[in-house]
Design a protein around this ligand. Structure first.
Ligand SMILES: NC(=O)c1ccc[n+]([C@@H]2O[C@H](COP(=O)([O-])OP(=O)(O)OC[C@H]3O[C@@H](n4cnc5c(N)ncnc54)[C@H](O)[C@@H]3O)[C@@H](O)[C@H]2O)c1
Length: 303
């Protein structure tokens, strides 16, 4: 472990503070690509805010919850998986600052309940993260109407419900605005034939983010999206890293030489939620290890 000096901007004046940083992770670092995880918020810029996160029983949503709690945010997490949600709440601890709501984002009433819980428990809502999402591998010719409705219903309609519910609350609060963050994907722009419904939902989310950003700007509400590349979660294990060949295919399109960690998406979410991003709205930020700018492929190391 090493100690790195950082400058606190949250206090008046320039107070020099020290942040403990975890050592370089050997397992996940790629060639020439240094990664380090903050174990403590550098500035606590989000302290006192209230956030709601959907799909937070595991993966990226859980990492966002952990990051927010570390940053002094009061958090309500929601998921359709009741057992997973309870286990995550127990693991995260912090009964002073964490609440849970079981809910399906494809149902408007469940999303409304999440926002209402944030208000009831913590008095307001400042940050909404529409993170819940599912991916299904299927040949485009084989996708049923039911499956199309299911994926679009969770990934796109669920995020739309989240935008509406959060924005209504933020407007009703009267001042201060808020930030709505949609969890998109590089698949908003790129095409994987086996993930057609997923790509369509994330492409729609790009426009949801743009339209809502313009519509809600007069209310001082920013709407942004985060579009990860390949992040090492259960979703990737079940739908992307399905074999060693599949892993090599993914990494051949990943200049960083490794999959991303959920915490590396959560740190982008924390930045976008903060006033450091006060002039960013309507855009998608892509933590993707370089995928979107790569032409052709890169060599992949054997395991
Ligand atoms: N992992 C990646 O590589 C990656 C890349 C780009 C984008 N994303 C996006 O990030 C988000 C989170 O992905 P992840 O990798 O953490 O996935 P994950 O499968 O690990 O977690 C998703 C969570 O969403 C919950 N969920 C599923 N359907 C729901 C519903 N109808 N209502 C409420 N909760 C529901 C699940 O129970 C689970 O806890 C998704 O929107 C996904 O599309 C992930």
């Amino acid at each position: 472990m090493r100690i790195a000096p950082t400058r606190s901007l949250s206090n008046a004046g320039s107070v020099l503070i020290y942040a403990l940083r975890s050592p370089k992770s050997e397992s996940s670092s790629g060639p020439g690509f240094y990664r380090e995880e903050l174990s403590w918020s550098e500035t606590m810029k989000l302290s006192g805010k209230v956030a709601a996160i959907t799909g937070a029983a595991r993966g990226i949503g859980k990492a966002c919850a952990k990051r927010f709690l570390d940053d002094g945010v009061k958090v309500v997490i929601s998921d359709v998986d009741a057992d997973g949600l309870a286990a995550t709440a127990a693991e995260l601890g912090r009964p002073d600052a964490l609440r849970t709501v079981v809910g399906n984002v494809a149902k408007r009433a469940d999303v409304d309940l999440l926002v209402a819980t944030a208000v009831k428990e913590f008095g307001r809502l400042d940050i909404m993260v529409n993170n819940a999402g599912v991916a299904r591998n299927r040949d485009i010719l084989e996708i049923s109407e039911q499956e199309f409705d299911e994926i679009i219903g969770i990934n796109l309609k669920g995020a739309f419900f989240g935008v509406q519910a959060a924005a209504k609350q933020m407007i009703a609060q009267g001042s201060g605005g808020g930030v709505i963050i949609n969890m998109s994907s590089v698949n908003a722009l790129l095409a994987i034939p086996a993930l057609a419904t997923y790509a369509m939902s994330k492409g729609g989310m790009k426009q949801l983010t743009s339209v809502a950003a313009v519509a809600l700007a007069p209310h001082n509400i920013r709407v942004v999206a985060v579009g990860p590349g390949t992040i090492l979660t259960d979703m990737v294990a079940s739908s992307i890293y399905t074999s060693d060949d599949a892993r090599k295919t993914v990494l051949s399109r990943t200049p960083a030489g490794r999959g991303g960690e959920p915490s590396e998406v959560a740190s982008v979410v924390a930045f976008l939620a903060s006033d450091d991003a006060s002039y960013i709205t309507g855009q998608t930020i892509y933590p993707d290890g370089g995928r979107l700018v790569l032409n052709y492929t890169v060599p992949v190391k054997e395991k």
